[in-house]
Design a protein around this ligand. Structure first.
Ligand code: ATP
Length: 364
């Protein structure tokens, strides 16, 4: 097997006058779980359809294990797709739905039975194999769709928002099951979602797409902690963004936020005068009460008032309005050191964060 199992080179696609994909280059390793993540309309499904052969690119090539597959029809690629709406045959039972693709090939009856039963046991549907789709829950139908896609032993499974129709709990369970299934099968998964939490929790790597381009490719941690652009920072999780300017450069840079000067390590070799965005995640924001502020001096803390308090069980989400009117989103966790997690609306508080935990992006 080639190290770069799937290679997408210089891929562009337009529909009429509208350019949908712009010069996409992406290498995917064998056995990798890669997610295409991005807002609606950014071209995720189009890219998946080109991988599956249901769409042709206008420019560029797709290689599978070193061989170009760009002009090979879908049925001759060892790539299978699970669609968003599952597309099960309503009049066929689970067994027949899964067996359908094999029956179209000239495979013996006993071999079909063996293959289907093996896959149904992997997706834990062996006891439900005589049921019709309308006698199954959403999660069970989803597993039939996956069983049907993997029974042909594809090298790659393409999944287009396969969990979007499921309720919250089922969706969480299916995320774990899909990940386990992928490990068990050892095949490459290319997964499409616009749910950033789903992408972060399931993927080996994420390709964040924006307006037909791959804006950033990296592990979930890299994408979340070191977003390369404002679009990525805003799309992945919630972000507090301050606009500022580098005042002094060198090993450390200084900048002002809300009339306070901050000094942090100059990780990106920025120079004085550059306009920057400072991105701070809600969970990195600490909120201090008047009493806590009196006990210790926190010179870089910004004053504000609590505008909203949302209790979430293990966390409390706060919206704090700063003197300038800017809203700050803060997520406070219950832990022994920080017992105070009760806040009143309009309570005067201060917010700060550990310097160097923010991400600094150059304004474009
Ligand atoms: P979503 O998350 O909403 O499914 P997506 O990122 O998967 O979005 P695509 O389905 O790839 O986006 O569509 C990208 C753009 O291409 C959209 O503007 C869409 O309207 C357009 N598009 C897709 N298919 C066609 C088509 N066959 N003809 C014309 N335009 C199309």
């Amino acid at each position: 097997m080639k190290d770069n199992f799937i290679e997408i080179k210089g891929l562009s696609k337009h529909f009429g006058d509208e350019q949908i994909l712009h010069n996409i280059n992406l290498s995917i390793k064998n056995g990798e779980f890669i997610t295409l993540l991005g807002p609606s309309g950014c071209g995720k499904t189009t890219l998946l359809k080109i991988l599956s052969g249901f769409e042709e690119p206008n420019l560029g090539d797709v290689y599978l294990n070193g061989q170009t597959i760009t002009n090979i029809p879908p049925e001759d690629r060892q790539v299978n797709m699970v669609f968003q709406n599952y597309a099960l045959f309503p009049h066929m039972n689970v067994f027949e739905n899964v067996a359908f693709g094999l029956r179209c090939q000239k495979i013996s009856k006993s071999k079909i039975e063996d293959k289907v039963n093996r896959v149904l046991s992997i997706v834990k549907l062996d006891k439900l194999k005589w049921r019709k789709p309308n006698q199954l829950s959403g999660g069970q139908q989803q597993r039939v769709a996956i069983a049907r896609a993997v029974v042909n032993e594809p090298l790659v499974l393409l999944l287009d928002e396969p969990l979007s129709a499921l309720d919250y709990h089922l969706r969480k369970n299916m995320q774990m099951e899909l990940k386990q299934l992928q490990r068990k099968l050892g095949i490459t998964f290319v997964f499409v979602t616009h749910d950033q939490e789903e992408a972060l929790s399931m993927s080996d790597r994420i390709a964040v797409m924006h307006e037909g381009c791959i804006e950033q490719l990296g592990t979930p941690r890299e994408i979340y902690e070191e977003p390369c652009s404002l679009q990525v920072a805003q799309f992945i999780g919630q972000a507090n963004i301050f606009d500022s300017k580098v005042l002094e450069d060198g090993e450390r840079i200084s900048f002002e936020i809300e009339n306070k000067t901050f000094t942090v390590t100059n990780k990106k070799q920025l120079t004085a005068g550059q306009n920057i965005h400072i991105v701070v995640r809600p969970e990195d924001i600490a909120v201090w009460s008047l009493q806590e502020m009196q006990n210790t001096e926190k010179t870089e803390a910004l004053p504000g008032v609590v505008e909203q308090v949302v209790y979430k069980g293990s966390t409390v989400d706060l919206v704090v309005r700063l003197a300038s009117g800017k809203k700050i989103f803060a997520t406070e966790f219950f832990n022994e050191d920080d017992a105070k997690l009760e806040y009143d609306i309009n309570e005067k508080v201060w917010v700060n964060w550990i310097p160097d935990w923010e991400v600094i992006l150059v304004q474009i």
